[in-house]
Ligand binder design. Structure first.
Ligand SMILES: [Zn+2]
Length: 578
């Protein structure tokens, strides 16, 4: 995968010796709210809702493709939003663009009695010849000053083939005018309503030079111990046409159209908070939004954190332990490569809003689909709103299997009328959901015949809103009597998860008791028995996990074989599908 290495260089090839310094919000009120020092009465909602369903309905109704189009028409006029571009002009460059975005936030705030607190988040770092940089922020204070923050963000900066080219046409409409427009529209549509959690709408700078705007904000949040519930990053979210190239996992082929799928990227597998949020986002869509929309969307949970060799603004947050995921359109027009033979739009001066096909001076063919972008705004709004009004996450305190029946007991600091137990086996997504009504414990039957099973739980409040899901627990089905779990074998190789998989998959095995070992590894072999990879591993009591990174470009069956002290413990077949 030669070009993967190339892309990694293109993406992270900028190295800056100095980290960001002098980080601050230009509006001091922002700090007061983020530290919980405010009276929610000062930020009362201007619109009420009768139920969570009514809220989602009103949010969905308010999202307007024409608004999104008008934001993009304005963003393109700045011509070049490179991180190092002009900050003095009022019409061109990153300075004019961020001033305009701030102006949008201020206008939105004035329409909701000033309850949206606006300003820049600025920091100093030498990037593309410029020292001072500014993210644009708008903060909607929650009704509970102690509740954690929710961030919805997109990078506003753009680029051409050369990372610091401040003169080229870099309208950056798909990447990432689309995400920027989405964030402004979310601020507009969500701001009239009250939420328990505070919500911050952010457009960042410096994404194209190594995620520096998001990194500065994530660092600030961590250093100042600001509770952060989740981050929804939107990057390349409005295009529907597949280019000649696209980063794996790729789209079908040139000019293929997909306007009904969006990909949810997040890092990790077992017990990943980011993956948990991605599942939550999908579940909220299915339960709350899908029943009322005219065009259903497919939300695809991706096993990888991003496309191969690529990255985005969710990563600096995840690196600091926060739950963060990325929304990206199903079809991308390019892989951000460059050179004379590169014809796609990503990271080129061709990343424009559209073309005037009949030469009448008006764009009549758009590369960003405003209806598709609007559907992604609604998906973001639904997830963020439910996370922001939902109950507190419970935890699993006891569980065991008895044959095909399992027992689970939940603990919660607040009593709720319902809890939902999410179960998954080989897949990223839930296989099934079980409900506990007016109780915190229960027995369930499961059809799963998997040897390993992953459990998590969420609260459901009296309005029917779900919390985020708890830490996951992995256990094994067994035929032995409770209490306690045993595989009946001292070491058990489990099925890889997910299976089938695309880019990477988690291999795991369960060890009943500590053992002495000198050498342990998992061998990956292809259909012909040829060794593809040899993954060394520790052997500890309980769950052992080894990530297998396969990449793309080959498909079919692989076999994983666990070998300890030179002896084969077990083998299992894995399916690589892409
Ligand atoms: Zn981007």
């Amino acid at each position: 995968m030669k070009y993967t290495a190339f892309l990694l260089m293109a993406m992270f090839g900028f190295s800056y010796s100095s980290a960001q310094v002098n980080m601050k919000f230009t509006n001091p009120v922002m700090n007061e709210i983020l530290s919980g020092e405010y009276n929610p009465v000062d930020y009362m909602s201007v619109k009420d809702y009768s139920s969570p369903e009514a809220l989602v309905g009103m949010l969905s109704e308010a999202v307007n493709p024409d608004s999104l189009k008008s934001y993009l028409l304005q963003l393109r006029k700045f011509e070049n939003r490179n991180t190092g571009s002009d900050t003095l002009s009022s019409t061109r460059g990153i300075g004019a663009a961020r001033d305009w975005i701030l102006d949008q936030f201020e206008t939105i705030s004035s329409e909701v009695d000033g309850r949206l607190v606006t300003g820049f988040f600025q920091f100093d770092q030498e990037v593309c010849g410029m020292m001072r940089h500014k993210n644009v922020t708008a903060l909607l204070p929650g009704t509970d000053p102690n509740a954690e923050l929710i961030i919805i963000e997109a990078h506003m900066d753009s680029r051409c083939e050369t990372g610091c080219d401040i003169d080229c046409l870099a309208q950056g409409m798909e990447d990432n005018g689309s995400g920027t427009a989405l964030v402004i529209e979310l601020a507009r549509t969500m701001s009239p309503f009250a939420y328990r959690n505070s919500i911050m709408f952010v457009t960042t700078t410096g994404e194209e030079q190594g995620l520096i705007g998001a990194n500065a904000l994530a660092e600030y949040i961590q250093v100042n111990e600001i509770g952060l519930k989740l981050v929804q990053n939107n990057d390349v979210i409005g295009g529907i046409i597949c280019g000649e190239t696209s980063s794996p996992p790729s789209c079908p082929g040139l000019n293929e159209v997909d306007s009904t799928q969006v990909r949810l990227f997040s890092r990790g597998n077992f017990n990943s908070p980011s993956k948990g949020v991605a599942r939550f986002v999908k579940l909220q869509y299915q339960e709350m939004l899908k029943p009322i929309v005219s065009v259903p969307m497919m939300l695809t949970l991706m096993s990888a954190e991003d496309r191969t060799g690529r990255g985005g603004d969710h990563i600096p947050f995840r690196e600091r332990g926060y739950a963060a995921m990325r929304f990206t359109s199903a079809n991308e027009h390019g892989n951000a490569s460059n050179g004379v033979d590169y014809h796609d739009r990503q990271h080129t001066s061709g990343d424009i809003l559209g073309v005037d096909t009949d030469s009448d001076g008006e764009l009549d063919s758009f590369f960003v689909d405003f209806n598709y972008l609007a559907r992604n705004v609604r998906i973001n709004a639904t997830a963020a709103a439910m996370a922001a009004i939902g109950p507190v996450t419970p935890s699993i305190v006891e569980y065991y299997f008895d044959g095909d029946v399992f027992y689970i007991e939940v603990s919660s600091e607040i009593d709720y009328p319902q809890y939902v137990v999410g179960i998954r086996t080989d897949f990223i997504d839930f296989d099934s959901l079980y409900y506990l009504n007016n109780t915190k414990a229960g027995f369930f039957e499961t059809a799963a015949r998997e040897l390993s099973i992953v459990l998590t739980v969420a609260s459901i409040d009296s309005n029917g809103v779900e919390s985020l899901f708890s830490e996951e627990i992995i256990t094994v089905l067994s035929g032995t009597a409770h209490p306690g779990v045993t595989t009946g074998k001292p070491i058990k190789l489990m099925g890889n998860r997910p299976n089938p998989f695309d880019e990477s998959t988690m291999l795991s095995f369960w060890v009943e008791d500590e053992i002495n070992y000198s050498d342990a590894y998992i061998a990956i072999t292809d259909a012909n028995g040829k060794l593809v990879a040899r993954l060394g591993t520790d052997v500890v009591k309980g769950l052992n996990e080894v990530l297998y990174f396969h990449g793309y470009g080959a498909s079919g069956y692989l076999t994983q074989t666990l070998v300890i002290n030179g002896k084969v413990v077990d083998s299992k077949v894995m399916v690589f599908a892409n």
